[in-house]
Design a protein around this ligand. Structure first.
Ligand code: ARG
Length: 483
């Protein structure tokens, strides 16, 4: 019988090589190695304190795991490639080195609670990294917004000219989306930060374990409340995938705008050469491939979310091997989201906007039509009627290929006697923007306020991450310290 499996006792025959290969998750869950060692250190410490294993065995385990930890950190660890997963690989390596003590480590736990615990620890760090990456992009957007509080460009609905807006306002719109993306991650963190260790296979254990102790040794806020729930769910990972998929939707909108804003037809933005690529045939090309790939890689995020939901759907209680498939989908989502966020942050901070091209684009499109209607309302005309009047004026202008501001006041009067010479000021683009001072509006004064909110939120996110990271450094130091 092969020594590659932890459960050979029940079997006469070893699994075929094909079965070993088919069922092994080592190539994927090797990422959990560091967390697995930490989880085992906490478990061993608790077993000693509860008198379940001897202090000598505890020491041997602790030191053996300490060596493995160093090897993991230096990239020299040699886990048998035929192991069923990272958890059995590490346990076998330890037992090979320290004998019986290693074989006592798995007392009062199962791989089912072990894997759930390791995965949650990994997800905690991944979540912090994502929040930090989000912050980087928020920072780049806010810096541009501050510089362009009163740069005016057309605002669009249906990709048709709608009303003039400031560039700062437009960029802050993205910043607030990212802020909520980060908020969602912070909120998920509290559901994520619960410790399944000690749930054992599914029903808890007869050993007098102390779950509160292992939970706190591993920096969790508390143990999970129901053992069966703890080993059967991956909702914390699905949440990450959802947050990432939605976050990628936001990134892909920004990427899409960068793609067409950087085209010669728009020319609103210049993407720096460091974030562009050329063509193998057309010598003149400078393509926005990075932005296009961010847009394209949204598919990975959506894919991971769909994989996770499909994986979870209809699973009976409690642990089922299907759950092993979770890591590949989630790791892909994490890597993809973080990479896209970092690329977008770099690309945005080097991007240069062109206020002149934006200003030229203000000319067509009747961006001040709403303001003309509002002008008539202020003169006493009900809004529906003024809408009708301005619609007719626009039709007249379209026919004559002119803008509303290019009409003579006299000409305008033919459409409504309420129009006077003060109309020109009322429909100047600058006025249209400056007067939109309603809370959250596009006027520079409002954008200034939005920038302040955006900065505060970004700082709060960063201090959340910093606090957590500092707390965890202390947790890991205490745990790896001598028993
Ligand atoms: N590698 C498995 C996973 O990732 C954990 C092992 C539990 N296996 C078992 N047969 N109970 O889910």
């Amino acid at each position: 019988m092969s020594e590659k499996v932890l459960w050979s006792g029940r079997f006469d025959k070893a699994p075929t090589d094909e079965t070993i290969e088919f069922t092994s998750s080592l190539s994927v869950d090797i990422r959990l190695a560091w967390y697995d060692v930490m989880g085992s250190m906490a478990h061993a410490r608790m077993l000693v304190k509860q008198g379940i294993i001897s202090a000598e065995d505890g020491d041997r385990i602790h030191n053996g795991l300490g060596d493995i930890l160093k090897e993991i950190e230096s990239g020299t660890v040699e886990i048998d490639g035929k192991s069923e997963d990272v958890h059995s690989g590490i346990e076998m390596l330890l037992t090979k080195r320290i004998g019986d003590a290693g074989a006592r480590l798995h007392t009062a736990r199962s791989r089912n609670d072990q894997v759930a615990t390791d995965f949650r620890m990994y997800m905690r760090d991944a979540t912090l990294e994502t929040i930090e990456s989000l912050t980087g992009l928020q920072e780049a957007l806010i810096a541009h917004a501050e510089r362009h509080m009163d740069t005016v460009l057309p605002g669009f609905t249906h990709v048709q000219h709608a009303q003039p807006v400031t560039l700062g306002f437009h960029l802050m719109a993205y910043t607030f989306k990212l802020q909520r993306d980060a908020d969602r991650m912070i909120d998920s963190y509290k559901r994520l930060n619960l410790c399944p260790l000690g749930a054992a296979a599914l029903a808890g254990t007869t050993y007098p374990i102390d779950r509160h102790m292992t939970s706190s040794l591993l920096g969790f806020s508390r143990p999970t409340d129901n053992a069966m729930d703890a080993v059967s769910d991956r909702d914390f990972a699905v949440e990450y995938c959802f947050d990432a998929a939605l976050g990628m939707c936001h990134l892909s909108s920004l990427a899409e705008e960068l793609v067409y804003w950087s085209s010669p037809e728009f020319g609103f933005v210049e993407i720096s050469e460091g974030y562009s690529t050329g063509s193998s045939i057309m010598p003149q090309k400078k393509n926005p491939d990075v932005a296009e790939l961010v847009r394209g890689r949204t598919s990975r995020a959506t894919g991971s979310l769909m994989s996770m939901l499909t994986l979870m759907k209809g699973l009976p209680m409690s642990y089922n091997r299907d759950l092993q498939e979770d890591k590949e989908a989630v790791f892909r989502s994490i890597d993809n989201y973080n990479a896209c966020l970092r690329m977008m942050a770099g690309m945005m901070s080097e991007a240069r906007f062109d206020p002149e091209r934006m200003s030229e684009a203000l000319k067509g499109g009747f961006l001040n039509a709403t303001d003309l209607a509002d002008y008539l309302v202020k003169k006493g005309l009900p809004f529906r009627l003024s809408h009708e009047v301005v619609g007719k004026m626009v039709r007249h202008c379209v026919k004559n290929k002119i803008g509303l501001e290019e009409m003579q006041v006299k000409e305008m009067k033919e459409f409504s006697s309420l129009i006077g010479p003060d109309v020109m000021k009322a429909i100047s683009i600058e006025e249209c923007v400056n007067r939109r001072m309603s809370f959250g509006g596009t006027s520079p004064s409002q954008v200034e306020n939005q920038v302040l909110i955006g900065k505060d939120s970004k700082d709060a996110q960063l201090s959340f991450c910093m606090r957590e990271r500092e707390r965890m450094v202390k947790v890991w130091n205490d745990l790896a310290h001598d028993m």
